[in-house]
Design a protein around this ligand. Structure first.
Ligand code: UDP
Ligand code: MG
Length: 314
């Protein structure tokens, strides 16, 4: 039984040796499993790659894939899945925010309880800026209302999967990737484990508020077309309101005459409608631009160097 642990790394030189040490403990606890540690260097600008290479020289279980530039965590996960050779595959952050100590339990659940994947979610967000937690909560509430795919609040990308699950994920070769949704989309049986939020061991988060915001838009556009129907819905309501207003004005003209007033309100209404139209065009545009990127069929990442090979069949 070979278990691949995919570790996306972007500027993680400070965290890597903590991660490796922690991982060794876990590997020691799981004697009946063979391990492969697959580091995906996502265009780091620090010594991450050198460190990984050093580890690979000392330890035959360490494999790496190194990108030509920063392609983002989603691309790193996809590359990891493509290069993973294991019968089971796990995705884990390099900063120990995904506690490796959960791995034996996750493994047990798959082997003994027959699940296809074990996912994790954090039940608290302590140590996180409150405003970020607030927006995160709101995002999950909105997306679960407007998308058929179940996207769990607080879900991490930390997950152990069987080969069948991984192969299904690899079939989804879309360019704009939102893994939390893709995991749900492929189906299979998933058990959720919960844990308390852990703070980063070293280094700092790579996600600015703006980056997270854009990522949430990615999630909504990738997993729901409700915003598109919102435009037509808004249109219908506006038509209804204006029809009533027209009737009101005609009746008023007949009864009292002198309807040549109300220019300021007219201007307000025009600006309002103009705004709504721009908003709807913008929504259309965000779907269209993603279609454009998808149609170009650019690769999701470019591998510059590696010490392993892609899986057969992918
Ligand atoms: N990461 C990556 N590429 C990126 C950003 C992040 O591979 O462009 C990796 C990063 O090295 C880490 C994981 O994704 O292993 C999670 O990143 P981070 O800890 O910064 O996110 P947070 O835990 O704050 O959500
Ligand atoms: Mg982190």
């Amino acid at each position: 039984m070979l278990l691949t642990v995919i570790v996306p790394c972007y500027n993680e030189e400070e965290a890597l040796h903590f991660f490796y040490r922690e991982m060794e403990k876990v590997i020691g606890m799981m004697q009946d499993v063979e391990f492969e540690l697959l580091f995906v260097n996502d265009g780091s600008r620090d010594k991450t790659l050198e460190q990984v290479k050093e580890m690979a020289e000392r330890d035959k279980r360490v494999k790496y894939v190194s990108f030509s530039r920063n392609f983002g965590k989603e691309a790193a996960i996809y590359a990891g899945l493509q290069y993973a050779g294991g019968d089971m595959v796990c995705i884990m952050d390099a900063d120990l925010q995904d506690p490796p100590s959960l791995l034996p339990e996750m493994y047990r659940v798959i082997v003994e309880e027959g699940y296809d994947s074990v996912a994790t979610r954090r039940v608290s967000r302590k140590g996180e800026p409150p405003i970020r937690s607030f927006f995160a909560r709101m995002f999950y509430r909105i997306i679960n209302k407007i998308s058929k795919t179940d996207i769990v609040d607080g879900a991490r990308d930390y997950r152990l999967m069987t080969r069948a699950f991984v192969d299904a994920l690899l079939e989804l070769g879309e360019y704009n990737r939102f893994s939390k949704g893709l995991f749900g989309w492929v189906g299979f049986s998933t058990k959720w484990l919960e844990f308390e939020n852990v703070e980063r061991v070293a280094g700092e988060t790579k996600w600015s508020f703006w980056k997270l915001f854009m990522y949430s838009i990615e999630g909504i556009v990738a997993f729901s077309t409700v915003p598109l129907s919102l435009a037509s819905f808004g249109g219908v309501i506006m038509c209804g309101i204006s029809a009533l207003a027209i009737i009101f004005i005609i009746v008023r003209q007949i009864l009292y005459g002198g309807s040549a007033y109300g220019w300021p309100s007219m201007v307000c209404i025009m600006i309002f409608l103009g705004g709504i139209q721009l908003l709807c065009v913008g929504i259309l545009g965000s779907y269209l631009s993603r279609m454009y990127l998808e149609v170009k069929k650019r690769p999701i990442y470019i591998c510059k160097e590696t010490n392993t090979t892609k899986n057969e069949g992918n």
